[in-house]
Write a protein that binds this ligand. Structure first.
Ligand SMILES: Nc1ncnc2c1ncn2[C@@H]1O[C@H](COP(=O)(O)OP(=O)(O)OP(=O)(O)O)[C@@H](O)[C@H]1O
Ligand SMILES: [Mg+2]
Length: 288
């Protein structure tokens, strides 16, 4: 997607903490512009997470997420959604059960192929936009010219081609989130995990980012898992939506959304969109 030349693996990254308390996973799978990229398949079997003191955050979750799918996760606050996402990213381990990531039939994916976007953009204030986006590539030693080209392409994909020299304090909240998304995309992840990334934004900006994310997903073929409290956002974005119960998180609804593959803003006003939202809302209300 970002046009690096021949597909080759420069270096397998390991989880790298960027010093702001969150891990960025960088894998330097260098793909040609027109090579088909496939997403990661995730198999979650009997997963339970018990924290110190015996508090059960997640219990008995069994899920298979197909390569290239777009899954939204909805559920009450404190129900264990972030805990589940962190375990999928390899940032936390199940107490019992297993989570395996499979890139293709015979190749086990490394967690290095995973990127995580959080609710806060977590940009480094002393680096300009471009230097924030190149960071994951810099950390794993991609040559300077190559990483700058990749970062510019990622910025252009999120509609920020013209602000690369600005610093985080010169950006709006929506722009900061776009930079955060570009920084995740620059590694060409096979699995993109997002934990309420647009929750703090105004509704129109959020809709625009949702539309852009949907296009990015279609263009790249990556698997996306998106946690949100917004039923409208989940319905607009996802191919499949699950609703989890109050803590401990158990899956109480698992639904493939009957909506068209190409989603534009008009879809939000359509009857079939309202019908899908209503199914999710009913499940959520029942288990809130
Ligand atoms: N590292 C931890 N140690 C102990 N308890 C934790 C830890 N992380 C999360 N918890 C607890 O696990 C439960 C689930 O938390 P989690 O963050 O997964 O919920 P959530 O569904 O993401 O909530 P929200 O929608 O508010 O973000 C909460 O009660 C929380 O306090
Ligand atoms: Mg959370």
């Amino acid at each position: 997607m970002y046009g690096y030349g021949d597909r080759r693996v420069l270096r397998r990254g390991s989880p790298v903490d960027d010093g702001l308390g969150h891990a960025m996973m960088a894998s330097m799978s260098v793909a040609s512009a027109n090579s088909a990229r496939t997403g990661t398949q995730i198999t979650i079997a009997g997963v339970r997470r018990v924290f110190d003191g015996g508090m059960v955050a997640v219990d008995g979750v069994d899920l298979t997420i197909a390569a290239g799918d777009f899954l939204a996760i909805l559920g009450p606050s404190g129900s264990g959604k972030s805990t589940l996402l962190r375990m999928i990213a390899g940032l936390d381990q199940p107490t019992t059960g297993t989570i395996s990531l499979q890139h293709s039939a015979d190749q086990q994916a490394a967690h290095a192929d995973v990127a995580f976007v959080f609710q806060d953009a977590h940009l480094l204030p002393w680096r300009n936009v471009l230097r924030n986006v190149v960071l994951p590539l810099e950390l794993v030693g991609v040559p300077r010219a190559e990483r700058i080209t990749a970062a510019r392409q990622a910025l252009s994909r999120v509609g920020l081609a013209d602000v690369e020299r600005l610093y985080p304090n010169q950006l709006s909240g929506g722009m900061r989130m776009r930079v955060s998304l570009a920084r995740a995309l620059v590694t060409q992840p096979k699995l993109l995990l997002l934990d309420e990334p647009f929750a703090a934004l105004d509704e129109i900006t959020r809709h625009q980012l949702d539309e852009q994310l949907r296009i990015l997903w279609k263009d790249t073929g990556m698997t996306v898992i998106f946690v949100t409290h917004s039923i409208m956002e989940a319905t607009f974005l996802a191919e499949r939506a699950i609703v989890v119960s109050r803590r401990p998180a158990k899956v109480v609804l698992d639904r493939r959304l009957a909506l068209p593959p190409t989603r534009t803003s008009e879809l939000r006003g359509q009857p079939q969109f309202a019908a899908e939202m209503s199914v999710l809302l009913t499940a959520l209300e029942k288990h809130f």
